[in-house]
Design a protein. Structure first.
Length: 540
């Protein structure tokens, strides 16, 4: 299905000092160098196979390879912001923290909560991480906080990971005559306006026998972020690729267009009734069973699993950006530096544990370690078959797809590998997850999975949906103070009032909308805009 939040993380090529002249390698295995050490880890994985502990198979492989034992505290993805906010405010921070929302990096790094990784990079203790940054030609400034330090070990994307992206079932659209052939949908800009979009959703609802069409995961704000971004706006500050400056999203005309469409989905009962509280697992189950006809997520989502239910969904159909009020919406061209997911190290941990955490993270950035943490050991968990493609031997439950296994059978009593997690999956790096797709069969189409990503991205670029990459902004302590004092309560107000508009708790009249925008101005949205434009000017 989705190779969603499918990334990777890992390293450990135990090589000797004689190889230091070669490409960067992992440090000497901790068990051989300094003895075993236990590191506490907080993570909020998407969890394909349930709970995650230090005994989880992939984690045990990492511990075995590095001599670093992992003491896991598992958060809930949907509640991560609340949990981390409480955790950081208390000062009682685990040794290693994986966070999906990177806003915490700048907010607490400069306050001394996280260890500055640049100290270890400069001293040569993170050669693999440095190599990955330089190999991708990612500017160091893009991960540097406003105080000049680097606090995050980010996730890299080696694919054109466009998000959000609106996926619709081509077979249902064909039934309504919106597209001619589900296997060759034709021009992706067949849906070009809000009216076209409404027509497509009405089609899906009819074909689904009047049931709901689209769901959500991770709460109302998550869907608001996806929806507003897709419409070319934001529920907070928005970088406008046309003017190349920041403005406040909810004050844009497009924001009201987005809210009116969102409200229309809700009023017409096309939104799942539990959309504001659905978990990732709940929405995924509905999506994979064919209950829903659309998904606003990313181009990793597909309808391949419907084939196992006797449904031929055709080719995945992603909607181009719309033209709103005569202007084409433009999305940010993705880079290899992911805009979400980062790992930080607690500055309050003991020197021994900080050192272990640094070695662990650098391990995660090496090719050999990525292979180990994402796939396991060659010859034990997997092998390369006669066709030149890798397959699993059935000793672990890796994916719930028969074509992932050499004997085409999903193992019944094998331990779960957990590839969707901090140290073994999509929450740190996608380097080998997708770098290996010439060798590993894919989910959507075992033979052409890599081409699928390029094809969808080419459709977006060919249709004029993509702008240049939006800039990565780092704020100073003073600027973070403004955001905390002004931006955060403003964002809360916007989110709460938008949900009222969407769900009918506040009428979408001109008078109410004027009152809404007047209140946003009263709450000093311009200060937030000024902060981001000031930070932007430092990058020019």
């Amino acid at each position: 299905m989705k190779q969603k939040l499918s990334s990777i993380a890992a390293l450990l090529l135990m090589v000797g000092l004689l190889m230091t002249a070669c490409a960067p390698q992992a440090a000497l295995a901790p068990d051989a160098a300094t003895g075993s050490v236990t590191v506490s880890v907080f993570t909020s994985p998407e969890g394909m196979f349930g709970d995650i502990t230090g005994d989880t198979y992939s984690y045990k492989l990492i511990a075995e390879a590095t001599g670093i034992n992992l003491e896991i505290t598992r958060g809930v993805l949907e509640q991560e912001d609340e949990k981390l906010g409480t955790l950081f405010a208390s000062g009682d921070v685990p040794d290693v923290i994986q966070m999906v929302n990177k806003k915490w990096v700048n907010e607490y790094g400069s306050k001394g909560l996280f260890a500055p990784l640049d100290t270890y990079i400069d001293s040569g203790k993170m050669p693999n991480f440095k190599d990955q940054m330089e190999k991708r030609k990612i500017p160091w400034g893009d991960i540097t906080s406003g105080d000049g330090h680097i606090y995050q070990a980010p996730m890299f994307d080696d694919i054109r990971w466009v998000t959000p992206a609106l996926l619709m079932r081509a077979d249902l659209l064909q039934n309504c005559g919106i597209i001619a052939d589900k296997n060759n949908p034709g021009p992706p800009n067949v849906i070009a306006t809000v009216d076209d979009l409404k027509n497509a959703f009405q089609c899906l609802k009819k074909e689904l026998n009047g049931e709901t069409v689209i769901g959500n995961r991770n709460g109302f704000q998550a869907m608001l972020k996806q929806m507003s971004t897709w419409f070319g706006t934001s529920y907070n500050q928005y970088y406008n690729p046309v003017t190349k400056t920041y403005e406040y999203g909810p004050l844009m005309a497009r924001y009201r267009v987005m809210v009116e469409f969102f409200n229309w989905l809700y009023t017409e009962k096309m939104l799942h009734p539990d959309y504001a509280t659905q978990t990732d697992a709940e929405m995924s189950a509905l999506h994979d069973s064919g209950v829903l006809g659309a998904a606003l997520q990313n181009i990793g989502w597909n309808y391949d699993r419907l084939r196992g239910k006797g449904i031929d969904p055709g080719k995945d159909f992603f909607v181009q950006s719309l033209t709103i009020d005569g202007e084409k919406v433009l999305w940010s061209t993705p880079t290899q530096l992911a805009g979400w997911n980062a790992i930080v190290v607690s500055a309050s941990s003991s020197p021994e544990k900080i050192d272990a955490a640094i070695r662990l993270i650098d391990f995660l950035y090496s090719d050999k370690g990525a292979e180990l943490a994402y796939y396991g050991k060659e010859g034990v968990e997997w092998k390369v078959g006669d066709n030149g493609k890798a397959c699993f031997l059935g000793t672990i439950l890796y994916r719930k797809h028969t074509h992932s296994y050499c004997d085409q059978k999903i193992p019944e009593n094998a331990p779960s590998f957990i590839q969707y997690s901090l140290l073994g999956g999509n929450l740190l790096m996608r380097i080998n997850s997708y770098g290996w797709m010439d060798k590993w069969p894919g989910v959507d189409n075992p033979d052409t999975w890599p081409n699928r990503w390029g094809e969808v991205y080419s459709q977006f670029t060919g249709g004029g949906s993509m702008a240049d990459t939006f800039p990565v902004i780092s704020l100073t302590d003073d600027e973070n103070g403004v955001i905390a004092q002004v931006g955060t309560p403003l964002e809360t107000y916007v989110t709460e009032e938008t949900q009222k508009f969407v769900e009918g708790g506040r009428p979408l009249t001109d008078a109410e909308w004027s009152a809404f925008t007047d209140k946003i101005k009263e709450l000093e949205a311009q200060k937030v805009v000024d902060v981001y434009n000031a930070a932007l000017s430092r990058k020019k």
